[in-house]
Design a binder for this molecule. Sequence first.
Ligand SMILES: [Zn+2]
Length: 163
Amino acid sequence: MRIFTHPSPALKQRAADVEGVSRVELQKLVDQMARTMYDTHGVGLAATQLGIMKRILVYDVDDELVVLCNPRLVHLSDETVTEEEGCLSLPGIALPIERSTTVRCEATDIDGQEVTITAEGLLARVLQHELDHLEGTLIIDRATPEQRREAIRRYNEITRTLG
Ligand SMILES: [Zn+2]
């Protein structure tokens, strides 16, 4: 499936809770998300990046596919770290983004079972990035106005060149 890229309106909207979706339908959505993530060599993907406005995300940080439905960050550490971050919806752009170093995320898995994930390092960053997507927030929305202007200028240049 094609990944929606900036400035697609789908990327600016808050996704709705997953409810009343059958297990079969959910599996179909997750399969599409996982395939697209692996095809594009991403470490994480939010449903909204495929225009599916539901609170589902997938990631693979440690060679294992993880599916989270209705994820919420119940704890974010005060300690933060700033690192360059890219996004499949903003190809060619990387921005220094400040994130909490550790987070705790509660969600349900594909079978509706409650899961709690305590994460640090790359996984903590991936979770914050993908949760942002479900709120309609992109990395350019977390940059300073100056960084944002420069990133969008570069992005427009790249997308023009690619046609
Ligand atoms: Zn992204």
